[in-house]
Design a protein around this ligand. Structure first.
Ligand SMILES: *Cc1c(COP(=O)(O)O)cnc(C)c1O
Length: 376
């Protein structure tokens, strides 16, 4: 038997969360399409599991070519957006062969496109009639990827020329918001984007999860939600439950030991927690080698048999310890929810640990066995 820890993934929750996004768009009177973002192995949920749950998405967005090929092998025929574009000339073969839609965000990528077209066209265009579209990325203030407003036009014209030469099917436009989840919002970046793209006939994509929930003025032609598809909140002042989202990932384990402590007994490495009175401590089969954050402090909620029990002592590699005062009847073998359905939300655990749900979901270790919850 394996250790009693598992990561339970619920595809119906992903499908449901996508429907929440679509309802939002619909309510705002938008006909925007949806890129379902499945980078980082679908935020740790597994591409193979997420893909069937996202059949109603209009496209999938990611950045790893292996993940893109996996999607094609799994039968995904709709568009695939490569969020970081391509890195070397060989990648362009994959883009043309598998009909991927890359982002183009720097001059080096345009040079690669030009070189590739010199090598492979026009001969290739006859064998591959379906040309890829690209998204030209504009840096409207995040200062990560993209052309600055002052260099955008030159890049755009170069790409339009490649289109006229029959090497691309379309040149679309995108940007990415740095603060859609904060007080600052999207207005400054949105203004820059709208101003420099005014009058251009191209499809546009701007909104991440936070903008999709808060700023209908960013919907344009395609939105790009990620985190909300998996049932976590992009905001620190609104929970996923308040946003009507359902958790798609549950990290579950069991109590594997119970210790009865005297007042003054210390728990775990460094003896950081000292029992203030006689108490029972539950030992859970889950540690930082499973992806639980080592920095989770005392008091981080853990659900034991449905009761919230606070974490005490340091997180070990393979175990963590909780105060069982709230779960008087608990026994070895009882079910423990670290986060997800029936326990604290992944956002709550992240908040305690000084991180974000994105990181926790992506960091669940491969050694944790995955299980499917096929409930509706
Ligand atoms: C990750 C990513 C998204 C999705 O972000 P969420 O906050 O998870 O919704 C959208 N666009 C780009 C460019 C991204 O890298």
């Amino acid at each position: 038997m394996p250790r009693p820890i598992s990561l339970i993934i619920k595809p119906s929750a992903i499908a449901y969360n996508l429907s929440v996004v679509k309802t939002r768009l619909h309510q705002a009177g938008s006909k925007s399409f949806v890129w379902g973002v499945i980078k980082a192995n679908a935020y740790g949920h597994g591409i193979e599991v997420a893909l069937p749950a996202l059949q109603q998405a209009d496209g999938l967005a990611m950045l790893d070519f292996n993940e893109a090929l996996t999607c094609r092998q799994l039968g995904w025929k709709k568009p695939i957006l490569m969020l970081e574009g391509f890195f070397q000339i060989q990648d362009l073969t994959l883009i043309y062969d598998h009909h991927l839609t890359p982002v183009v965000h720097n001059d080096e990528q345009i040079d690669l496109l030009v070189n590739y077209s010199r090598l492979h066209f026009p001969t290739r265009s006859t064998t591959s009639p379906v040309l890829p579209a690209i998204y030209l990325k504009i840096n409207t203030g995040m200062n990560r990827l993209g052309f600055k407003p002052e260099t955008f036009r030159v890049a755009y014209d170069k790409l339009l020329k490649l289109k006229e030469q029959g090497l691309l099917s379309a040149v679309h436009l995108m940007t990415h918001f740095a603060q859609a989840d904060t007080q600052l919002g999207v207005q400054a970046q949105l203004d820059v984007f709208n101003q420099i793209t005014m009058g251009l006939s191209a499809e546009r994509s701007l909104a991440n999860s936070a903008a999709t929930l808060r700023y209908p003025e960013t919907y344009a032609d395609w939105v790009r939600p990620g985190i909300i598809l998996y049932g976590a909140s992009p905001f620190n002042n609104q929970t996923a439950a308040q946003l009507q989202l359902k958790p798609a990932m549950t990290l579950r384990s069991e109590l594997i030991a119970i210790q009865s402590l005297h007042r003054g007994d210390a728990v775990g490495y460094g003896g950081e927690y000292i029992a203030p009175q006689p108490m029972r401590i539950g030992v859970v089969a889950c540690g930082y080698a499973d992806g639980y954050p080592r920095h989770a402090p005392q008091g981080t909620p853990v659900s034991v048999g449905g009761m919230i029990c606070p974490l005490v002592g340091r997180i070990s590699m393979d175990m963590l310890t909780v105060d069982l005062s709230n779960a008087k009847q608990s026994q070895v073998g009882n079910s423990v929810i670290l986060w997800g359905e029936g326990g604290p939300s992944v956002d709550e655990v992240a908040l305690y640990s000084g991180t974000i749900a994105y990181e926790l979901m992506c960091a669940v270790s491969p050694r944790v066995p995955r299980q499917l919850d096929s409930a509706a």
